[in-house]
Design a protein. Structure first.
Ligand SMILES: Cc1cc2nc3c(=O)[nH]c(=O)nc-3n(C[C@H](O)[C@H](O)[C@H](O)COP(=O)(O)OP(=O)(O)OC[C@H]3O[C@@H](n4cnc5c(N)ncnc54)[C@H](O)[C@@H]3O)c2cc1C
Length: 407
C-alpha cells in the first residue's frame, strides 16, 4: 500500500481546502458548532448541498454519466478527508448515497431521468422506509402490505425510526407483495411520493431532546396509500436483492476522518477547561492517556479503512471487514462523545434548552457556559444510535463470527 500523495493529489487537496475556505461561510459554521449530529436544519442542509452541487461535488461517488465528478480513488479519499477535517455538514445520505445507486443499477430509464437529477441538485429529499415495529434486525419479517389493484399497489402498515421523514419528498421502502413462502422472496422495493393521500407522520422524541427543527426520527403510517406499479424498482418480489445492494452503500462510509475532527474538538475543550487541581485538563495525565488511547484507535481504523478503500478501488469485495469497521468506528465515535462530556464537566449539564432559547432569540440571559458546551450532552445521547442503526453492532458481531471466524 503506497501512502504517499502524488503532486497532483496535493494540488487537488489544496483546491478542496481553498473551496471550503471560500464556501463554508460563517453562518454555516456557527450552525454546525451547535449541531449534535453533524446535520443542520433542512434549510441549512439544502444551502450547503446546493453549493457542493454548483461545484459538481455533491455526489463524489456517482459515475460521471449521472453527474458525478469523476474523481480518481485518491481524489475521493482526499475529498472526504478534507471535508471531514473541516467539519462541514454531513450530506443527507438517503437520496445521494442510498437510493440513487439502486436507481442507477436497477431502475428503468424513466425512473433514472425523473429521480436522479433532483437528488443531485438537492431539490428532492428522500427517507428510508425499511424498519417496522417488529422488523429491525430481522428485516425480512417486515409486514407492510402492498396489494395490487389495477395499475396501483395499495399500501397498509407502518414504518418506524424513519430519519427525517418530515423533510422528505419521497420515501424508498420495502413492502410485502407475497405473504407465503420464504420471507425474503415476497418483498418489493417501491418509491413513494410522500404527498400521497393516506400517509401520516408521527415524530418520535429522542433522549437528546431535540428542539423543533432538529427532530430526527419518526413513525410513518400508511392507510390505503395508492402507489403506481411504475414506481416499483425492478421485479416484483425481488426487492430483497435491491435492499441488500443498498445496505452495502449505507455501511460503506469511512469513520476515521470524522473521528479525528471530533477528537480535535475534545483537545480544544480540554485546553480551555481546568482539572480538579486548577491546571488545564489537557495537562492531566489520566486525561492525556484517554486522548492517546483514542488517537491510537483512530490511527488503527484509518489504516484499515485505507486498506479497504484501496481494495475496493481495485475491484475487491470488502466482505465482513465492513462489519469490523462499523463496530470499531461507531464504538470510537461513542467513546469520543463521552470524553467530550468529561472534558466539559458541569458545562455539559445545562443540557440544550438554554442554548436553543439563545439561538431562537427567546432570552437575553447569558448563556450557561462556553459556546462549545451546548451540543455536547445532546451529541453524547445522540451518538448512542450509531451502534444500533445500519445493522446493530451485535448483528455485525454475528456476521464476523460466521464469515471471519467460521463459527
Ligand atoms: C437514530 C436511528 C435512526 C434510524 N433511521 C432509520 C431509517 O431512516 N430508516 C429505517 O428503515 N430504519 C432506521 N433505523 C432503524 C434501525 O435500522 C434499527 O433500529 C436496527 O436495524 C435495529 O432494529 P430494532 O430497533 O428493531 O431492534 P431489534 O432488531 O429488535 O434488536 C433489539 C436488540 O437485540 C439485538 N439483537 C437482535 N437480533 C439479534 C441477534 N440475532 N443476535 C444478537 N443480538 C440481536 C440487537 O442488536 C438490539 O440490541 C434507525 C435507527 C435509529 C436508532
Amino acid at each position: 500500500m503506497d501512502l504517499a500523495y502524488a503532486p497532483e493529489d496535493l494540488a487537488f487537496r489544496d483546491e478542496v481546502r481553498t473551496w471550503i475556505a471560500e464556501n463554508y461561510d460563517s453562518d454555516l459554521r456557527e450552525q454546525m458548532a451547535q449541531s449534535k449530529n453533524g446535520y443542520l436544519d433542512k434549510a441549512g442542509q439544502v444551502r450547503w448541498q446546493k453549493k457542493l452541487a454548483a461545484r459538481g461535488w455533491a455526489a463524489p461517488d456517482w459515475p460521471v454519466e449521472y453527474g458525478g465528478p469523476g474523481f480518481t480513488p485518491s481524489q475521493r479519499y482526499i475529498f472526504n478527508m478534507e471535508m471531514s477535517l473541516a467539519g462541514v455538514p454531513t450530506s443527507s445520505p438517503m437520496g445521494l448515497k442510498m437510493v440513487a445507486p439502486v436507481i442507477m443499477a436497477f431502475g428503468d430509464e424513466a425512473q433514472k431521468a425523473k429521480h436522479l437529477p433532483p437528488i443531485l441538485s438537492s431539490d428532492v429529499w428522500w427517507c428510508q422506509g425499511y424498519s417496522e415495529p417488529g422488523a429491525g434486525s430481522d428485516l425480512a419479517s417486515l409486514k407492510m402490505s402492498a396489494v395490487r389493484d389495477g395499475d396501483d399497489y395499495v399500501l397498509n402498515g407502518s414504518k418506524i425510526w424513519t430519519t427525517h421523514a418530515q423533510w422528505a419528498d419521497w420515501m424508498f421502502c420495502l413492502v410485502r407483495t407475497e405473504a407465503t413462502g420464504k420471507a425474503q422472496n415476497g418483498i418489493s422495493f417501491l418509491l413513494v411520493d410522500m404527498t400521497t393521500p393516506g400517509i401520516s407522520i408521527r415524530p418520535l422524541p429522542t433522549l437528546d431532546g431535540p428542539p423543533e427543527g432538529e427532530q430526527e426520527i419518526n413513525q410513518v403510517f400508511f392507510d390505503n396509500v395508492r402507489v403506481p406499479v411504475s414506481n416499483r424498482i425492478g421485479e416484483e418480489n425481488k426487492g430483497w436483492t435491491y435492499a441488500k445492494y443498498l445496505l452495502e452503500f449505507e455501511r460503506g462510509n469511512a469513520y476515521a476522518p470524522g473521528l479525528r475532527a471530533a477528537l480535535r474538538k475534545v483537545r480544544k475543550i480540554a485546553s480551555a477547561e481546568l482539572d480538579g487541581s486548577g491546571a488545564p485538563l489537557i495537562t492531566d495525565g489520566d486525561f492525556r492517556r484517554k486522548l492517546a488511547d483514542m488517537e491510537i484507535r483512530i490511527d488503527a481504523l484509518d489504516a484499515q479503512e485505507l486498506r479497504v478503500f484501496m481494495g475496493r478501488s481495485a475491484g475487491q469485495s470488502v466482505g465482513a471487514v465492513s462489519s469490523m469497521l462499523k463496530c470499531l468506528g461507531s464504538e470510537t465515535q461513542q467513546a469520543i462523545s463521552e470524553l467530550a462530556l468529561e472534558a466539559a464537566g458541569v458545562y455539559a449539564a445545562p443540557f440544550v434548552e438554554d442554548t436553543w432559547a439563545h439561538l431562537r432569540g427567546e432570552t437575553n440571559e447569558p448563556r450557561p457556559g462556553p459556546d462549545y458546551a451546548g451540543p455536547i450532552a445532546p451529541a453524547y445521547f445522540n451518538y448512542r444510535k450509531t451502534s444500533i442503526y445500519a445493522g446493530s453492532n451485535e448483528i455485525q458481531h454475528n456476521i464476523m463470527a460466521k464469515l471471519i471466524l467460521g463459527l
